[in-house]
Design a binder for this molecule. Structure first.
Ligand code: NAD
Length: 505
């Protein structure tokens, strides 16, 4: 089934289920313009966290497939079929690619929900449009970026140009499979590189489907390849490959560190990492609207089941309003109860897999044993559905040194920490190995700027949570990573700078 078989977006669970029942799922890798099984013929089961059912068998690629894909990508790059194409032409193809994703929005949203459990309403209203926007915005930008001329003596010319780097491997996670992929593949392709996308083994379906849409859009063979499989097999093979020029990654800090080692052990490929977070959300007593702050604090931990790198997992609240604010948060969380992911009214879906659910439940136990006070949630629910659901959970009385406050849980578990002064809030907020994002809520412009400047984070939000657009860069300080996705800054990852110096005779 493809998009042309539907006429309108379903409006209820039965409608989405009917579409799900018609889906034909592709599980093969896509290399050099063709779908194919892994060289070793091995597959793994793609299990839906919605109900525990097997969705498809997926090609389990390894070293041999990495070799094939890298060779195809290199050949395509050197041929110039894409890398030498005029930027306006690459732009036109990528705009077609974005249009095709848009046109297949229902199907792609459904794949995302079935594969990793997020609510269909969010997959359709957030994941699909954000992916389309990332590709469109980047495509639109590529014929508007210029080189530079150096300041030279009169008889010399110094040209500073950017060239595509070559073969790019993109390894991405499962929480926003398409969005994370688009933040990498859009600038990499726009700049003229060849790309090998390795989706998470927990969410391979949309990446595999995107390959067919890329082909239909006119991206030449070998320029865009998709290798599903495990991190320790095909991911490692790409990271250690001597002919991959650039490795871009979104995922955990532990794997990010390992990728730096692989680059050092191989060809010193460029390595760009978007890693974990434990973001502080700081609410002062003079926040302009406490109810709004509480609603956004609830969303910051419950949206996407808390499986968000920028989740506001540490809520720092000024002591004078702590009890009142806790009440507001609990009220706001009533709109974030777990529900069936295919029901468009659901706001909190299924946890991606059993291992992640176990991890969340384990951390809830750790919070209790560390002496924090469980004030909301804390339990697995809807077990009878065969799906993996957990209640949004709030711990009060948390100390920043507790494990629930210092370690990334990647689930809907909120740690509430009190503070008395701005200085104390800044110290607690920055006392983390991570530095991805932070928010501050206050009506005082001086407090807002003082705190925003002091926070060691790649994104800082004032009086809201999780703002941003393709127009602004995204990435982390400290062990949250290096480099930036989105905006024109993203091109820095996918280009080499060349200085060409000419002496005029
Ligand atoms: P993960 O690190 O376990 O896996 C990410 C990807 O790396 C997967 O495709 C996996 O197969 C691959 N991988 C694993 N081991 C590998 C190895 N040895 N060599 C090569 N590849 C390997 O992360 P995850 O569980 O998929 O995602 C959750 C993490 O992602 C969280 O830490 C979250 O904060 C982070 N994340 C960060 C951002 C950001 O922009 N900073 C965005 C989303 C998610």
């Amino acid at each position: 089934m493809n998009q042309s078989t539907y006429s309108t977006t379903p409006t209820d669970q039965a409608g989405w289920q009917a579409l799900a029942d018609q889906l034909t799922l592709e599980g093969r890798a896509y290399v050099d313009g063709a779908y194919q099984w892994a060289s070793n013929n091995e597959t793994f089961a793609c299990i839906s966290p919605v109900d525990g059912r097997e969705l498809a068998q997926i090609a389990s690629c390894d070293q041999a497939d990495a070799e094939l894909a890298v060779a195809a990508a290199r050949k395509a790059f050197e041929s110039g079929a894409w890398s030498h194409l005029a930027p306006t032409k690459r732009k036109a193809v990528l705009l077609r690619f974005a249009d095709l994703i848009d046109a297949h929005g229902d199907e792609l949203a459904l794949l995302e929900t079935l594969d990793m459990g997020k609510p269909i309403g969010h997959a359709r209203a957030v994941d699909v449009p954000a992916t389309v926007r990332a590709i469109r915005w980047t495509a639109e930008a590529i014929d508007k970026v210029y080189g530079e001329l150096a300041a030279t003596p009169h008889d010399q010319i110094g040209m500073i140009s950017r060239e595509p780097i070559g073969v790019v491997a993109a390894i991405v996670p499962w929480n926003f499979p398409m969005i994370m992929a688009s933040w990498k593949i859009a600038p990499a392709l726009a700049a003229g590189n060849s790309v090998i996308l390795k989706p998470s083994e927990k969410s391979p379906l949309t990446a595999i489907r995107l390959a067919a849409l890329a082909e239909e859009a006119g991206i030449p063979n070998g320029v865009f390849n998709v290798l599903p499989g495990y991190g320790h097999t095909v991911g490692k093979a790409l990271a250690l490959h001597m002919d991959v020029d650039c490795l871009v990654f979104t995922g955990s800090t532990n794997v990010a560190k390992q990728l730096m080692i692989y680059a050092g052990q191989s060809n010193m490929k460029r390595v760009w990492l978007e890693a974990g977070g434990k973001s502080p959300n700081i609410v002062f007593a003079d926040a302009p609207d406490l109810k709004k702050a509480a609603a956004e604090a609830a969303s910051a931990i419950a949206f996407n089941q808390g499986e968000v790198c920028t989740a506001g997992s540490r809520l720092l609240v000024e002591e004078s309003i702590r009890t009142e604010f806790l009440g507001l948060i609990r009220e706001a969380l009533t709109t974030w109860r777990p529900g069936h992911p295919l029901d468009p009214a659901t706001t909190c879906g299924a946890i991606v897999d059993q291992a992640q659910l176990d991890r969340i439940i384990e951390y809830i136990g750790i919070g209790k044993s560390e002496g924090a006070t469980l004030v909301e949630g804390g339990k697995r629910v809807m077990e009878e559905t065969g799906g993996l659901f957990v209640q949004p959970t709030v711990f009060d009385g948390v100390n920043n040194r507790m494990r629930i406050a210092s370690e990334e849980i990647f689930g809907p578990v909120l740690s509430v920490i009190g503070f008395n002064t701005a200085e104390e809030a800044i110290t607690i907020a920055n006392d983390s190995i991570y530095g991805l994002a932070a928010a501050v809520w206050t009506s005082n412009i001086n407090t807002a700027h003082k705190v925003a400047k002091a926070l060691k984070a790649g994104s800082v939000w004032i009086n809201h949570y999780d703002g941003g657009d393709m127009t602004a860069p995204f990435g982390g300080f400290k062990q949250s990573g290096n480099g930036r996705d989105k905006s024109l800054h993203a091109f820095d990852k996918y280009t080499e700078i060349k200085a060409t110096w000419l002496v005029i005779e």
